[in-house]
Every structure is written in C-alpha cells, then in structure tokens.
Design a protein around this ligand. Structure first.
Ligand code: UD1
Length: 339
C-alpha cells in the first residue's frame, strides 16, 4: 500500500504550512484541518500558490465529532498532528486550556482515527519535554522532565502514543522533538506570523529589522556559555518540514512508537544570531542586556544522530540561510498574513 492522502491538523500554522509545501511537492494529497484560532486561511492559499496544487481544507476543531466525520469522509492514509496551543508563558496562566486543547485534542484525534482504521501518526512534540538538560548534546534517552504546562502536554501525548502503539501492533506513532525552528520558505510567501509581541528570539529580531519593535532585550549576559548569552539549536523550518515527511514515510509498516530529535546538533548564541541576521539583512539590531528570563536554560542542542540513522535525515540549511529566508518573509509581509 502506498501513502497517498495525509491529514495535517493545524496545517495553517508556522510549521504546518511549510510541511504541507513539502508534502505537496512530493506528490501527496493533503487534507488540512485547522480552527484558525491562531492562524489565517490566507496561509493555506499561499501554500497552494507555492505548490501549484489544491489543498482540501476543513475548518473546525479536532475535538468536534461532526468536524471529524467531515474530515474522514475521504480515505486518509496517515496523519501529521500539529494542532495545539504553544505559548509557554500562556500555558502557565491558563493550564487547563492547554491540557484541553493539546491532550484532549490528541485523544479526540486518536478516537477518530481508530473509528476509521487509520493507524499512522506523526506528532509535533518539542525538545521542551527534556526540561533542564543534564548533558549536551541531548539524546532521546535523556530524562523527560518538562518544567511548564505546555511541556507537560507534549510529554503526556508522547506517553499516550506509546500506550496506543503497545495496545495494537499495527499502530505506528513518531513523536518529533524539535529544537528551535526559524526561517521561512525561500519564496517569502509563508513564514512565522506571531499575533502578539513575539516571545521567541528570531521573530523578535525580524520585527526589529522591519521597525515594528524598537529594541531587543537579551535575557542574560552571564550564562556559562562562551559569550555569556543563551545557546540554542536553531533549525531551518524547511529542514524540519522535510523531517516530517521522512518520518511519515519510514513509519509505514513499522509498528511502535519512536521519539526522535530534529535539530542541527550545533549551538548558536543570542549574540551570534544577532550578528548572522545583521549580515543577512543589512540592518542593525539594537539590543540591551536584561536579567535572565525565568525558565531559561544556558544551553540546549540536539544529538540528531537517530534521525540520520533511521531516515538519513540531517539539517542541510544554515542559520545564515534561515536569516535570509526569514528576512525575505518579513520584508514582503510586514504585517504577516494580514497584509
Ligand atoms: C522557547 C520555549 C520553548 C519552546 C520554544 C519554541 C521558553 C522558556 N521556552 O524556547 O519551550 O519549545 O520557545 O520555539 O519560553 N532571547 C532573548 N531575548 C528575547 C527572546 C529570546 O535574549 O527577546 C533568548 C533566550 O533567552 C534564549 C534564546 O534567545 O537564550 C532563544 O529563546 P526563544 O526563541 O524564546 O526559544 P527557547 O527559549 O529556546
């Protein structure tokens, strides 16, 4: 049996749009389910424009049974599940919304898949499940100790998927633990579109360059890292998108649950990121140092060798390339999809 039609939940979001481009480019049919709570229908039009192909879109929530019966009207061969809330600080303030959406949503999806005999899922997890790392690089066998409700929801869904696979040998699930996705598709047509002031470093920098934010505060200059600023593993979103398609393809016919890191294996500091972006954009990024941000760690990067061994996946695109692509998206769409 060949894989043909893929359901992408949360497909209109940042990683979802880039993954749909990759799926369409590799010849898959795509059904996108999104409730547009934090995304825009325009994003789907842009994906269709890049790929030159149509996407079947269903608007609604994964927890809505009527919506799910519309989604599964057509045969679905596999699912990539992104639909979730994702802001760490917000998850501390309204944890039950996070458990409801992220855990409750995944339960509803697995129920709907079970009813229609769909047995394969790739889950959008996060390196945040590791919490404060004990050693670097982080391997998949590192302890799972999330430090906020958002991370807890990701760890819980991973556990659920493991049990779901143990219960039936035909079930396959792959939880992808992403490090820090940045950048955009090279066309500049799709990219990250934060609705509020960005919390993450990369979209904050691109918004400074476009004049929407005045100045970056670098959270801490006294971390135990070479230049004193936080170090992360920044991964081009198109490399990440390709990782999802690889995971889905290679999961076919293999039962069980796998947890797999997707990262470059290299660390970049905040100051190095600023410098790389200044070169790519020709813009000056003004910054000041502030105190350490609560919940931050000094350094975090992946051991990505499992993805390499399983699927010959490795990150190909540099941080410099991600800066150039992310800047193109920001320049062409100063107000994101609202333009
Ligand atoms: C954050 C989340 C993480 C989530 C990830 C998604 C926290 C504590 N962690 O990771 O759970 O999976 O986003 O992409 O929110 N920085 C500044 N100034 C800024 C913003 C960031 O100096 O205005 C620094 C941070 O201190 C850090 C680095 O930039 O050293 C990267 O920060 P960020 O982009 O927020 O990612 P993470 O903290 O790694």
């Amino acid at each position: 049996m060949t894989l043909k039609t893929v359901l992408v939940t949360g497909g209109a979001g940042y990683i979802g749009t880039h993954t749909m481009v990759e799926l369409l480019g590799q010849g898959y049919e795509v059904v996108c389910l999104d409730n547009f709570s934090n995304s825009s229908p325009e994003a789907i039009k842009r994906v269709e424009k890049i790929a030159g192909k149509k996407i079947t879109t269903v608007t609604g929530d994964v927890r809505d049974r009527e919506v799910m019966s519309r989604v599964f009207k057509r045969p679905i061969d596999g699912v990539i599940h992104f639909a979730a809330l994702k802001a760490v600080g917000d998850s501390v303030k309204r944890p039950i919304d996070y458990y409801g959406n992220n855990v409750g949503g995944s339960i509803a999806l697995l129920d709907a898949m079970h009813e229609r005999g769909v047995h394969r899922i790739v889950f959008s997890s996060s390196a945040t499940v590791y919490g404060v790392p004990e050693k670097l690089p982080i391997e998949e066998s590192a302890p799972i100790r999330p430090i906020n409700p958002y991370g807890q929801t990701k760890a819980m869904v991973e556990q659920m998927l493991l049990d779901w696979c143990m219960a039936d040998a035909t079930h396959t699930a792959i939880s992808l633990r992403y490090f820090n996705p940045i950048g955009a598709h090279e066309s500049g047509l799709i990219g990250e579109d934060p609705h509020d002031v960005p919390n993450n470093l990369f979209p904050f920098i691109t918004q400074i360059a476009i004049g929407k934010q005045a100045q970056l505060t670098v959270w801490g200059d006294d971390w135990p890292t070479p230049d004193g600023t936080g170090v992360r593993d920044y991964l081009h979103v198109m490399d990440l998108a390709r990782g999802h398609v690889n995971a889905l393809e290679h999961a076919f016919g293999i039962g069980g649950h796998a947890t797999v890191n997707l990262g470059t294996g290299n660390g970049t500091s905040v100051l190095q990121m600023i410098a790389a972006f200044e070169v790519a954009s020709g813009k000056k990024i003004t910054y000041q140092f502030g105190p350490r941000r609560a919940g931050d760690v000094a350094a975090c990067w992946a051991d990505p060798s499992l993805a390499q061994r399983l699927w010959q996946w490795q990150a190909k695109l540099s941080v410099e390339r991600a800066c150039a692509d992310g800047w193109r998206w920001q320049q062409q769409n100063p107000n994101g999809y609202r333009d």
